[in-house]
Design a protein around this ligand. Structure first.
Ligand code: ADP
Length: 407
């Protein structure tokens, strides 16, 4: 279990959402955000330390969340559960530790500590103004109410303690990653978590993904290839073949690939699953970078795009007509002559724009719950995918329009 700790507006949800996405991407089934809201919110008074009724409700919420954690880790396929709540008292953390001990779960705490009033105010503006607690409320009043809500928590806040908690596993993140303190990392997942958290930042930026320029082989509908490579021995058995040729020469291979495109390995080649592992350092570097352009092959782009758009490899299935139970990642459409602009926005879904022919007009893409809409301008003029056309279906249309070879 990963347990978040910290006052409101310290980036707990931001961190847990990103970490969940990352762990799923590297192939560790993870579910996050067990924050339960059971009441309709009026104002900060709900959080006053002497509001006994509210305290009881909040404890029940925590217990209900822990029950969810138990079903996920013990009865579903889950390996990591991220419990995103304030967990600011020793009492609440003891309850969680007791629960974890009963079920034999390991616990790793992530505490975010930040006391810069400007950062806090900006965080509230960025993510709390749009919260369901504050629908149709005046912006300044929301800020005021939220600051009072934080004060309610401050009264009883007991940060993880160097001495009292020296037996626990945790990372403390100070001032948005300016400083860290790491204690008793117990295993591989915890150490990867620490490594990941030490690489992310919150500076606004965009990541541009683009396939390499069209090659002779692309024109002839042949996959892979690298003119710089001369020795055939260096290439996989199916390198430079068309899909029809692969089907003809290696029918069994072709069928296997169709069954599980994510895990399928070309003879002497690599699978998408292998590629994700190989790309992890690239993701770390992309997390560290500010504005950056990546030019890559289609398979690489699919893996990177899957990470940023949270299209997990092993847990999400598409069930549309003709799709069967296919993983999403290997089917993400990445047309040629196109730059994808990804703009992370707090912990909402990442905004993605599709820019064709590089110099063409860029339009903002709307964000949808089911996927990302791509807005695209082709030489024939602008067209925007309709709301129903989200995700890969929309991208498929665009790819076809651009004459990309089907995959
Ligand atoms: P919480 O869940 O603690 O109430 P949120 O996750 O809703 O807070 O806050 C999101 C905001 O926190 C974003 O604007 C993000 O830039 C910011 N943020 C992300 N990481 C941190 C951090 N380590 N410390 C402080 N703020 C952060």
């Amino acid at each position: 279990m990963v347990i978040m700790v910290g006052l409101p507006a310290r980036g707990k949800t931001y961190i847990s959402t990103k970490l969940t996405r990352y762990l799923n991407w590297i192939g560790t089934p993870t579910k996050g955000q067990y924050r339960r809201e059971a009441v309709s919110y009026k104002n900060y008074e709900f959080f006053l330390p002497d509001n006994m009724e509210a305290l009881l409700i909040r404890k029940q919420c925590a217990l209900a969340a822990l029950k969810d954690v138990h079903s996920y880790l013990s009865h579903e396929e889950g390996r990591v559960a991220v419990f995103d709540a304030t967990n600011t008292t020793r009492e609440r953390r003891s309850l969680i530790l007791q629960f974890a001990k009963e079920h034999g779960y390991k616990v790793f705490f992530i505490e975010s500590i930040c006391n810069d009033p400007e950062v806090i105010a900006e965080n509230i503006r960025q993510v709390k103004l749009g919260s369901p607690d504050y629908i149709d409320c005046d912006r300044e009043k929301v800020l005021e109410d939220f600051l009072k809500r934080i004060e309610c928590y401050e009264v009883n806040y007991q940060p993880l303690d160097d001495e009292l908690d020296s037996h626990l596993s945790y990372i403390k993140i100070f001032d948005v990653g300016t400083r860290y303190m790491v204690n008793r990392v117990q295993d591989h997942i915890q150490s990867r978590t620490v490594y990941y958290l030490m690489n992310i930042h919150v500076t606004p930026r965009s990541i541009y993904l683009c396939r390499h320029g069209e090659s002779e082989l692309n024109l002839r509908g042949r996959i892979g290839g690298d003119s710089g490579l001369s020795a055939r021995g260096k290439q996989g058995v199916c390198e430079e073949m068309t899909y029809e040729e692969i089907q003809e020469h290696y029918p069994e291979e072709f069928a296997l690939r169709d069954q599980d495109k994510y895990r399928y390995r070309y003879p002497k080649g690599e699978s998408y699953e292998d590629l994700v592992q190989r790309l992890e350092p690239v993701i770390m570097e992309l997390e560290r970078q500010e504005n950056v352009l990546v030019i890559c092959h289609q398979a690489v782009m699919r893996c990177l795009l899957a990470y940023f758009l949270d299209k997990s490899s092993g847990t999400t299935f598409l069930s549309g007509p003709g799709m069967g139970a296919a993983y999403e990642l290997p089917y993400l459409k990445c047309p040629l002559h196109t730059v994808l602009k990804l703009t992370p926005v707090a912990y909402a879904k990442i905004g993605a724009e599709c820019i064709t022919k590089v110099s063409a007009t860029v339009e903002r893409a709307a964000k949808g719950d089911t996927g990302t809409e791509y807005t695209i301008k082709t030489s024939a003029g602008a067209r925007r995918a309709t709301k129903a056309d989200t995700g890969s279906k929309c991208a498929t249309k665009l790819a076809l329009e651009l004459g990309d070879p089907p995959m």
